[in-house]
Design a protein around this ligand. Structure first.
Ligand code: SF4
Length: 371
């Protein structure tokens, strides 16, 4: 497939692996974090970590939108879905994320009208088709998906659609990164930057990482050669004693981001004072809610939600996985009590979650190693 296959060329992958090896100080251990769940998925799917020398370790970051949703927010969604006359819409992954007692899929089995959609525009279409029903969209995601929610709400307002609202769980990537960098239990040498988020926000928001924390960032595409090249670029910076934000993904990421998308987001959203992240706790100004001009579409204003903080199950170590403190297979319930079919934690639900990615692809490599 044009524009895809050339980024999956195995021979070029071997060449890049050789260049990575040549760049290393053999006496040093390198710990690099890929921020985005999309990268985690590609790393395991294409066996990129198998191509890397033993002293280059990839650590998974908090950039999977489903994984960071805390149980209390799932409970809020379920409570809204149980209201008479409500059609509750969300992305497919969200259906299987456990709340404190059960999932949205269970709520559907109990009779709630919960429907999977592929985009917020699908939810708006359902609202148009069902003017006598209240249609609610459970919005999740980083700056990558927030513009589509914002544009949908603008359209709803322009069309005068009044039976549509949104539970807004959109989050922003910089505050959790800062929280991670402040964490004493994590030593990182550099970051593979989140290419999708950067298509919207550009490279500038990540300047604080080299400026304040002295770590290089390379914004990366998602194909295997993109990721290998990004790792090489980070190692080159480290070897040269440089520390900056570089863009490996200029075919998609403009330096300034998508100004139109940023403008629409600024119109429709405002920062929440604080928001709870799964495993990371409350982080100030790390999430979005609807601005005053769009408050009429805020489902949290329209319906009663419990709004209660719920502690993760004792066995769940998603927080440590999301902070890169442990690897998925180090969680005590990985692959036994927690599997994609019966997930205890969020990281096993979404394909972008580190546990699901590792369960689906990486465990085979470890099983081979063990033989
Ligand atoms: S195995 Fe399950 S409970 Fe453990 S960290 Fe992964 S998703 Fe969370």
């Amino acid at each position: 497939m044009k524009f895809v296959d050339e980024y999956r060329d195995a021979e070029l992958g071997q060449v890049l692996a050789g260049e990575i090896l040549a760049e290393l100080d053999p006496g040093r251990h390198y710990k690099l974090m890929e921020i985005c769940g999309g990268h985690t998925h590609s790393i395991y799917k294409y066996g990129i970590d198998d191509l890397l020398p033993a002293n280059v370790e990839l650590v998974h970051g908090p950039g999977c939108p489903v994984c960071v949703i805390p149980m209390g927010r799932v409970d809020d969604g379920i409570a809204v879905a149980h209201n008479d006359g409500v059609i509750f819409t969300c992305f497919g992954d969200m259906l299987r994320v456990p709340g404190s007692e059960y999932t949205l899929l269970d709520a559907k089995a109990q009779g709630a009208d919960v429907r999977m959609v592929y985009s917020p525009l699908d939810a708006l279409r359902i609202a148009r088709e069902n003017p006598e029903r209240e249609v609610v969209f459970f919005a999740i995601g980083f700056e990558t998906t927030a513009p589509s929610t914002a544009l949908t709400l603008k359209r709803a307002k322009a069309e005068g659609i009044t039976n549509f609202s949104c539970v807004c769980n959109h989050v922003t990537i910089v505050p959790p990164m800062r929280a991670l960098l402040e964490s004493p239990d994590l030593r990182l040498d550099g970051f593979i930057g989140p290419g999708h988020v950067c298509t919207v926000v550009g490279a500038r928001p990540f300047q604080f990482i080299p400026a304040d924390y002295g770590r290089p960032v390379v914004i990366s595409g998602f194909e295997p050669l993109d990721i290998l090249q990004s790792i090489l670029m980070i190692l080159r910076q480290l070897r040269a004693g440089r520390c900056e934000v570089e863009n490996q993904y200029p075919r998609v990421v403009p330096q300034e981001g998508n100004l139109r998308a940023l403008e629409v987001m600024a119109e429709v959203f405002e920062l929440r004072p604080h928001f709870e992240w799964r495993g990371l706790g409350f982080i100030s100004q790390s999430a979005l809610r609807l601005s005053e001009a769009y408050r009429e579409f805020d489902a949290e204003e329209r319906f009663e939600v419990p709004g209660v903080r719920v502690a993760d199950p004792k066995a769940c170590q998603c927080g440590e996985v999301l902070k890169g403190v442990i690897k998925p297979w180090e969680c005590k319930v990985f692959g036994t009590a927690c599997t994609p079919e019966h997930a205890i934690g969020t990281c096993m639900v979404s394909p972008e979650g580190a546990c699901a990615a590792y369960y689906n692809f990486g465990r085979f490599a470890r099983e081979r190693e063990a033989v």
